[in-house]
Design a protein around this ligand. Structure first.
Ligand code: GTP
Ligand code: MG
Length: 224
């Protein structure tokens, strides 16, 4: 692999805000999902540092996914993630998310289990035209006991009801399900905030169960 650096960085390379000294709450978040659902796009759109991407030109090893080239949004896709994407976003003065975008092609799935190590939560990015492509991601997250939310990326596909999507993905009613446009920073940020609030709620509930106390309401500040 000759380059691990994004050629299409979300921010100019000169704009690299240093981490606030008050940031003492670092959370590792993984963005997973099937081939070409927009994982790299989401890391790029939301990262406040120039994201690390490990994109390589798709080769014959991509055979078997060629039929996807007819789908809107994937026609011009010529590269694929071969290791992972990395980015960072500060949610508030204390909370920083370290974002890892997983590779989507099946031949790189062996990397996922390593990527999940130390992960507090995950976003399962979904193209609603290809819901079954997300099954493996959900299966692995459940295997690892990693909490996740589902974000339906807007490829202009057929509109499904929330119930239809939940049923197709076989996810519990507790798992947040949101819509997004991975190309849009504020939309991607909303997805991440939804995940962090979900994680806060889960840990508050676990603490309350352990101590017998009522779980407090939790919310994350949303600076732009
Ligand atoms: N229409 C539309 N296109 C999108 C959206 N998000 C991403 N795309 C396009 O979809 C294609 C695939 O996006 P990627 O970010 O490379 O997807 P990926 O999940 O990282 O792909 P792999 O790493 O190869 O699995 C790109 O051409 C994007 O420009 C979206 O919300 N809407
Ligand atoms: Mg990618």
């Amino acid at each position: 692999m000759d380059s691990a650096t994004s050629e299409r960085a979300a921010v100019p390379s000169t704009a690299r805000p240093s981490l606030a000294s008050t940031a003492d709450n670092g959370l590792k978040i993984v963005i997973v999902g099937g081939f070409g659902v927009g994982k790299t796009t989401m890391v790029r759109s939301v990262s406040e540092i120039r994201p690390l991407n490990t994109e390589e030109t798709m080769t014959r090893a991509g055979e078997g996914i060629d039929e996807l080239a007819d789908l809107d949004g994937l026609r011009r896709k010529t590269s694929t993630t071969v290791a992972f994407d990395f980015g960072r976003i500060s949610l508030d003065a204390r909370s920083v998310l370290y974002l890892f975008g997983a590779p989507g092609q099946e031949r790189f799935w062996f990397l996922w289990d390593r990527l999940f190590s130390g992960t507090l939560g995950a976003v399962v990015l979904v193209d609603t035209r290809r819901l079954a492509d997300s099954w493996y991601a959900i299966d692995r997250l459940e295997h690892h006991g990693t909490p996740f939310i589902v974000a339906c990326n807007d490829f202009g596909g057929p509109v499904h009801t929330e119930e239809q999507i939940r049923e197709a993905l076989d996810i519990s009613p507790d798992v947040p399900l949101v819509e997004c446009d991975a190309r849009d920073r504020s939309s991607s940020k909303y997805v991440l905030i939804t995940l962090v609030e979900y994680l806060h709620g889960l840990s508050a509930r676990r603490l309350a169960e352990a101590t017998g106390a009522a779980a407090p309401e939790t919310a994350v500040e949303t600076g732009s």
